[in-house]
Ligand binder design. Structure first.
Ligand code: GUN
Length: 301
């Protein structure tokens, strides 16, 4: 049973261990006087508990691989202009390889303007329009953490993508749209024939039943049912939805966009929630931080 599950937690740990090794090798082979660790900065505005938890996880993962992380925390009422000027300072600092502005931002802040102000070479979230645009050109510099996490899961789990029919359900700017483009490119984890489905897709089930690889990224709990999945398909569940559950001490539990219990017997491989794609995103961010650090050392990876 277990080999059906693509274990994101395990793959994530493996990739972090490899990354730590890469950094340690680098550190050993470079003079201490010139050495500084890869440095990630997280910008947090306000006191959203979920955001605080996310940036906490990022800091922990940085510590594990030996990277430096800094949290810059601003009050909820910081003005757009002040936040833009803080971002400009980060853009200028040579000791910072990359930074993220944790989303969501308070309602008075124009998120798109903030993201567009991040220097594309430091945009390790890959949210800047230039970085998203480079994906279309097949010249990605930073791939956003969730699609990069999916690519890494498929690569490490040795799922063949070449010539396969992939159906992506959900067309968000940072998951569905980029992963559909990435998997259709002529790359090692690519060369798939991709269908991107969304809320206006007619006969969704007809589409999903064609999928050799089905990627669910719609943000609706347990939306993909057994009768929507082709026997033997690989199922990648991007959803993280909290549903109320009185049997749990905290009153809720996390479920994916896929009805895991029902789909498990039909799929050849499936990612769990939690412990699947979600477990990969912080690691993907570290991979981008390493790439930014390498670029600052004059090395393109
Ligand atoms: N909020 C939830 N996920 C993310 C992420 O990957 N990056 C940023 N900046 N904010 C988020």
């Amino acid at each position: 049973m277990d080999n059906k599950i693509i274990n994101g937690k395990e793959i994530s740990n493996q990739l972090q261990t490899e990354l730590r090794q890469r950094w340690e090798n680098w550190a050993q082979n470079h003079p201490a006087a010139l050495l500084r660790p890869p440095h990630l900065v997280a910008v947090l505005v306000g006191n959203n508990p979920a955001s605080e938890a996310y940036v906490g996880n990022k800091a922990k993962a940085c510590a594990f691989v030996g990277f430096k992380s800094t949290l810059l925390h601003f009050e909820t009422d910081i003005s757009q202009a002040d936040l833009l000027s803080e971002i400009e300072k980060l853009n200028q600092r040579a000791d910072i390889d990359g930074f993220i502005v944790q989303l969501p931002l308070p309602a008075h802040i124009d998120e798109q303007q903030i993201i567009s102000a991040i220097h594309p070479d430091k945009d390790i979230d890959g949210f800047h329009p230039l970085n998203l645009g480079k994906i279309i050109l097949g010249k990605a510099q930073f791939i956003p953490a969730t699609p990069l996490g999916i690519l890494e899961l498929l690569r490490v789990a040795q799922i063949e993508t070449k010539g396969k029919k992939v159906v992506v359900v959900g067309r968000s700017n940072i998951v569905g749209t980029p992963i559909s483009l990435l998997l259709s490119r002529n790359t090692a984890v690519g060369n798939s024939t991709v269908t991107l489905c969304h809320s206006h897709t007619a006969n969704l089930k007809e589409e999903t039943l064609q999928a050799d690889i089905l990627i669910a990224a719609i943000g609706r709990p347990l939306f993909i049912k057994a009768d929507m999945v082709k026997p033997g398909a690989v199922v990648i569940d991007v959803g993280i939805n909290s549903v109320s559950d009185v049997s749990q001490k905290r009153g809720f539990r996390l479920v994916g966009d896929v009805d895991f219990e029902a789909v498990f017997p039909i799929a050849s491989k499936i990612t769990p929630v939690p412990g699947g794609v979600g477990a990969m995103t912080v690691t993907a961010l570290l991979l981008n931080t390493w790439a930014a650090f390498m670029a600052n050392q004059g090395i393109k990876i």
